[in-house]
Design a binder for this molecule. Structure first.
Ligand code: AHR
Length: 493
């Protein structure tokens, strides 16, 4: 048996809704076909955006969407993607599959997609192959209300009012595909580029600096030391990869050892955040600068028979458990982690949705985001887990909790592949302050074998089911989680 002790009166603060953010790149069938099909498509759409996809993303309350990359961001020139469709420049997407990019999805289309989803746009500017002027003018094009030529151009292209974009990335992976820079060099470029990314009117930009790859602590140290005072946030990228980059294993063919290794690798996220935030604390003890994990998720081999550069992979209960334990980690670090963006929304890497022509399915990871959405903007509640340990050194149960509008949400994953787990949950006060008394509780759970997944032939093989939660006389609750499962409990006080 495992126990959770939840202390609603002990909190690290608000869980920023943006922790539940997503990432969409011009890569494979993520943007094109996955989200954007064009106005003339027979696939139902509004202004070119797939209605089924937009509806599904609205349901999980996607708070923020990052675009246009990824590596693509540092090859992207925004002017190629504005103006009439006929005049848009064609380029070859050299990073991802060598396909022709016709720029039919550009700035206005991205803003329209965000409007339909109801999320904030997070635009990632080009440092690697772009210029300061180009980035500066993109911000002006999006956000200014002045009577400049750039603003007149936006108006001529159909948008009178400024868009008010808040989240602005200054380059992506500039230690790698974004220019192979040294941290000292990038820190200087960041200082310079961000200077010309102006605030317009009341809109204040969140200036986001490219942070480290995984455990490159030196990058964080140099960036914080040399450019910390110019940034509002620093990014971190970490993918869960099992095996080598050449052979990462198949998405739907994990055995027990691979499953356990996957979870161990995913939980490395906690150590990464602990160590990077410790460095940030040295330079920014007041935590003015947020940590943004704007690329994370499982990266498996591309599915057999698909284009290698398109990074299409299936998505199983193994991925769902990774998502659940990672989101629990982010919730627990909500006093430094202000945003996270799963890679990537549709048809690429650990997507929440897969499409096939006009058809669409929800992946197990989608259901995790649905189960966890009550955490958005809720007050984190301390949640101590006491649980047995698996062969990979991880506790059987990963959990986090929050309170919003008098409702306590506890989310948990049972990491064991084979054993169900009984959990006793205590909700206790703190320092004599009256605690939270449970009056009613409901639960929802997804479960299945580690390779269980949804296909276009069987779209609901993995879907949320009711989970029985009992309230005991002593204000504790009991629940039994099936093996390899993810659950959300809604507890009303
Ligand atoms: O998400 C796929 C790629 O992974 C991104 O383009 C890049 O930023 C990262 O290396």
């Amino acid at each position: 048996m495992s126990t959770l002790v939840i202390r609603p009166n002990v909190s690290k603060g608000i869980i920023n809704r943006n922790i539940y953010g997503h990432f969409s790149e011009h890569l494979g069938r993520c943007v094109y076909q996955g989200m954007f099909v064009g106005k003339d498509s027979p696939i139902p759409n509004e202004n070119g955006m797939r209605t089924d996809v937009v509806d599904a993303l609205r349901k999980i309350q996607v708070p923020v969407l990052r675009w246009p990359g990824g590596c693509f961001a540092d090859e992207y020139h925004w002017r190629d993607g504005v103006g009439t469709q006929e005049t848009r420049k064609r380029m070859v997407n050299t990073h991802w599959g060598g396909v022709v990019e016709d720029n039919s999805f550009g700035t206005h289309e991205f803003m329209e997609l965000c409007r339909q989803i109801g999320c904030e746009p997070y635009v990632n500017g080009n440092v690697g192959s772009g210029t300061i002027r180009e980035m500066s003018e993109w911000v002006e094009y999006l956000n200014s209300d002045g009577d400049s030529t750039i603003v007149r151009e936006r108006r001529a292209n159909g948008r009178r009012d400024p868009y008010g974009v808040k989240y602005w990335g200054v380059g992506n992976e500039n230690w790698g595909c974004g220019g192979n820079m040294r941290p000292e060099y990038y820190a200087d470029l960041f200082r310079q580029f961000q200077t010309y990314c102006r605030d317009y009117g009341e809109n204040k930009l969140t200036r986001i600096a490219c942070g480290p790859s995984a455990d490159d602590y030196n990058w964080t140290d140099v960036l914080m030391k040399q450019a910390g005072r110019f940034m509002n946030a620093l990014t971190l990228h970490y993918y869960t990869v099992v095996g080598s980059w050449e052979n990462k294993g198949w998405a739907t063919e994990a055995d027990e050892a691979t499953y356990n290794l996957t979870l161990a690798k995913a939980s490395f996220m906690d150590e990464l955040i602990v160590k990077h935030r410790a460095i940030m604390d040295q330079y920014d003890p007041d935590r003015r600068i947020g940590l943004i994990v704007d690329e994370w998720g499982c990266w498996h081999n591309v599915e057999r028979g698909t284009v290698p550069g398109f990074l299409y992979q299936q998505n199983t209960m193994r991925d769902a458990v990774v998502a659940a334990l990672t989101l629990n980690i982010f919730n627990r670090h909500c006093d430094r982690v202000v945003m996270a963006n799963l890679a990537q929304t549709v048809n690429v890497l650990q997507s929440v949705l897969l499409t096939d022509g006009a058809d669409m399915l929800l992946t197990p990871t989608y259901h995790v985001f649905d189960l966890y959405k009550a955490h958005q903007d809720a007050t984190e509640a301390a949640c101590d887990v006491s649980s047995g340990v698996l062969s990979n050194g991880l506790r059987r149960i990963s959990a986090s909790a929050s309170v919003k509008d008098g409702v306590l949400t506890a989310t948990a994953a049972n990491l064991s592949m084979t054993e169900r787990e009984e959990i006793r949950i205590s909700i206790v006060g703190f320092d004599g302050i009256e605690g939270f008394t449970a009056k009613s509780a409901t639960g929802r759970v997804i479960t299945g074998g580690i390779n269980a997944h949804n296909t276009f032939e069987d779209k609901n093989a993995v879907e949320p089911k009711e989970l029985t939660v009992s309230i005991n006389n002593d204000n504790t609750l009991s629940v039994t989680m099936p093996p390899c499962s993810v659950a959300a409990l809604t507890i009303n006080g």
